[in-house]
Design a protein around this ligand. Sequence first.
Ligand code: ASP
Length: 592
Amino acid sequence: MDERDAVMRTHRATEITVGEIGQRVTIAGWVQRRRDHGGITFLDIRDASGIVQVVADPEDHEAVGDIKMEFCVSVAGTVRARPEGTENPDLPTGQIEIGAEEIVVLSAAGTLPFMIDDRVEVDERVRLQYRYLDLRRPRMAANLKARSGATAAIRRTLDEAGFLEVETPTLINSTPEGARDVLVPSRLRTGEFYALPQSPQLFKQLLMIAGVERYFQIARCYRDEDFRSDRQLEFTQLDLEGAFWDRDDVLDVIESVLVAVAKELRGVDVPRPFPRLTWHEAMNRYGSDKPDIRFGMEIVDLSLVFAESEFGVFKDAIEAGGTVRGINAGTREWSRSRADALTDRAKEFGAKGLVWMVVEDDGSLRSPIAKFLSDPELGEIKRAFSAGPGNVLLLAADTWKTTVTVLGGLRLELGRPANHDELEFLWVVDFPLFEEGEDGSITFSHHPFTSPKSLDDMRERPREAISNAYDAVLNGIELGSGSVRIHDPDVQREVFEILGIDPDTAEKRFGWFLEALRYGTPPHAGFAFGVDRLVMALQNESSIREVIPFPKTQTGLDPMTGAPTWVDDAQLEELGIELTSDSEARREELEA
Ligand code: ASP
């Protein structure tokens, strides 16, 4: 027997090039396309490497008659040059074809729910129901490959930098990261629950106490949040922590990782260091704590221009301690309906209204409020915006936070590039330590283990205190966050207290952690970024679901396996769980 016949294949599809002409090869893969032409059958055979063309005479091969799309086949044959004029320069194997000598159907395929073709639009639910077919599509296969490339680059970079990869448990106690926990009932201890980690935060801090000075993990995290295009119930983070570290050590190593991943997936050298903005600057200039700096359209402060304004809305806002700001939206078509639509959007972002102005060719301003403005004000406005004929100016007046948020939202809608061809990484640093809830209560803005920049500020003016927290942003996407941690148990206790966690509750929930902090905790700092989001942007996708092998729908469903599902009464009983009458009713309804 020819030695080659003993193996299932001798080559992968794209390994067959002009160098193999005249050789006998065996390939195996799926039938991407079948064409019958002048008594001859052409089969495009796809394997994980790509596509190669097979030519067969159906008269010689009984199997060919049955072969349909996505059949799994193996083909043995001799490589030859394609006849002149039939080469395909778009394919790496476009100069050659395999003249089939033996064709074996390894496995037939049923009628496909959709074509394995990137150009065909398929409903996402159907794609997810047949994800294993969806993943055969070149774009999805490329995304899987990119993801693997990303994690390989991460591991390589951190391994070289002396990091230890450490796994932390998934069945744990609650770790507060601001989301709801995903809970898992305990069978051995009925009535008690594990929480899946919202992040490995406390475990990585314990590893610092344990003397692991450089830790990382590509960690699965679980947050029961409402789904959006960039959120899933479970997602993957690069989680990292270092001891005897300050903020800049973290930024430096995270930059090196992000640059390595960008190089791996895009082949580009992203310049370092990344620009840095404080949270205040980011909010003032872009109205966002994750600014997209690929385009300008920065927010302009007009409070001085309108300090003496006769226009009631502006005057009231300023007198109430608020502000008047705006953006120059550039030259664009302007109409009543466009103005109304944008005003509606502004209201959705929290504005009470939106003022628009258009610079006319003669330099005058057309605006519903023009008649309320003095000549010096009109001149000042144009100067402040560097506005020229045709420019559309959008103004909002409200509290500082509302004004910049509204303008930041409009700025993105009007200026944001649709794709991620260009990469603009950015650090946002000096976040506020706490956030104020609508009821005036204080919550943490990063997580409760983040250290304040100044203890005095934290104690005296907690609402204004700045933290040692920082975010990495790429093209307006928040990739991740980190902070310098609290390593003093007394300060940690104080923060719990400010957050309104009374000492008893703090002891019950975090006593074990406060205890750990008492045994010589090194100063430490860390970071975590979303692998899904990073790969999404680098692959120019608009949803993380496109880069997660088996994601859930936006309502948390897996259309393929049907998860989540009802479980047997016996299982519930073992867990000491009884369904409420509402859940029972739902179950009966669905099972009927
Ligand atoms: N645990 C944080 C998070 O998941 C990241 C960090 O502070 O390192 O967002």
